[in-house]
Ligand binder design. Sequence first.
Ligand code: HEM
Ligand SMILES: *[C@@H]1O[C@H](CO)[C@@H](O)[C@H](O)[C@H]1NC(C)=O
Ligand SMILES: *[C@@H]1O[C@H](CO)[C@@H](O)[C@H](O)[C@H]1NC(C)=O
Length: 507
Amino acid sequence: MKLLVTIFYAIIFLSSLFSYYLFKKERRRHKQTARLPPGSMGWPCIGETLQMYSQDPSVFFASKQKRYGDIFKTRILGCPCVMLASPEAARFVLVTQPHLFKPTYPKSKEKLIGPSALFFHHGSYHARMRKLVQSSFSPEATRKLIPDIETIAISSLESWANGQVISTFLEMKKYAFEVGILSIFGQLNKTYTYQLKENYSILEKGYNCFPTKLPGTAYHKASMARRRLNQILEEIVRERKENKLVAGNLLGHLLNFRDQKGNTLSDQQIADNIIGVLFAAQDTTASILTWILKYLNDDPKLLDAVKAEQKAICESEYGGNPTLTWAKTRKMPLTYRVILESLRKASIISFTFREAAVDVEYKGYLIPKGWKVMPLFRNIHHNPEFFTDPGNFDPFRFENPPKPNTYMPFGNGIHACPGNELAKLEMFVLLHHMLMKYRWELVGSASLIQYSPFPVPEHGLRVSAPFVLDKIRELAPSLRMVHSINALTWPFCLDSSERVVAINVSI
Ligand code: HEM
Ligand SMILES: *[C@@H]1O[C@H](CO)[C@@H](O)[C@H](O)[C@H]1NC(C)=O
Ligand SMILES: *[C@@H]1O[C@H](CO)[C@@H](O)[C@H](O)[C@H]1NC(C)=O
């Protein structure tokens, strides 16, 4: 017996020694073969953030790409990053090896939105929540919302048509918010809608702010608003449970959810995912709608052609009935191509962030564990190899489908946008009613209005953040394109001169 135990221990000892030796050898081999991608890292703290901000970021990325190729390293807001500018590399990270890369957001933003929101997660919780969100925003589910979305679009347009000047972006935000509420709750008591809207608008002002508990700061106000949002959501949930009003919208799906063990979701998980969807749905949809109107306004011939398509659909086939149906949206190829081309040209989500969960080797390069990885959607969308004359707004290029994996306005892979059908439908509905019934004019489009991107570095580098921003202002007072790096998260890229397109709407 004693002998057996000794042999057992000896085997354990020897095998661990052997595996240690193998491990060392493996590491050495790894070190020898894989090297870091080319590129410069800039200063240890701020890296190349300043350069990226002080010129058009597309130019910054493109010049790097020219110099180093499709994969290069840099440092942004203190974080070492590997940037990926080829469709294959983006596919590697997002589609074929997504388990090697996890989503990464600044902690402060995660706290405000709610840490249980699906896009912060990876693995089984993400997969479960994603299935639920996807089924709530499936084409079948969104189709049913058309009449209600139309009602919202028509009343939005009527509210603009008083002859006063409006800011397109801000008005589109209101529209996108209302549609978001509709798709999450179905019909909701106006009192709740109003309370959610008021408190959410305070919350969103804190997303890109310096995180602090100091009363009076935007971040602190946002945290307080987030708590009130929890209270409102809890009340709605309680009411729905009491009245058994559990329908096919997102909240209904969240309430009906049971995992394998029969557990339901907590109130916190429900609230975080609702706020998460509002966050994902509002500014994205609003900014692309703003861009579409800008592009149409820049090309009167195209605008006329799109209007003609809208009119023809309603007049010839449907007896002049201006209400929209799913079937009608399928018969508007030009309008659809304008939407697709706007998504390409504006590339409002110009890149995304992931973090290497382990050391990863790609094409002979080492991406060390903990480094950020950025698939550069905008660069791919603006690469003349995939889209000829990429600076030109040309909806007709979509008469032929783009090459595989070169067109990713809604991302790709396991985190790709589950709201893309809803977003496109919102665009169809708003454009339809606006083009059929209204004329508008641009007012003072050249004013330089900056999107204020408060870059909050992920961990530790908080002190340098306000400095970076001041420096940018100093260096580039007439910054044209302000790229919201959004503290290492979804960057909405808005041309500063065009973000707020003031328009004068009249019947
Ligand atoms: C034109 C408007 C929109 C654009 C351009 C857009 C774009 C994107 C992109 C690129 C991603 C992937 C981000 C990444 O991989 O890191 C994403 C994710 C997401 N989007 Fe959208 N989106 C839009 C509208 C919406 C709407 C209306 C909803 C509402 C349902 C929505 C909900 C989401 C959610 C929940 C995720 C996270 C998915 C996950 O992590 O699994 N989006 N969106
Ligand atoms: C909406 O909610 C408010 C307060 O919670 C209540 O007074 C009102 O009767 C509700 N309206 C409807 C239509 O349910
Ligand atoms: C925010 O929510 C609370 C309920 O928790 C509500 O009383 C209040 O009117 C809402 N709006 C603002 C601006 O606080």
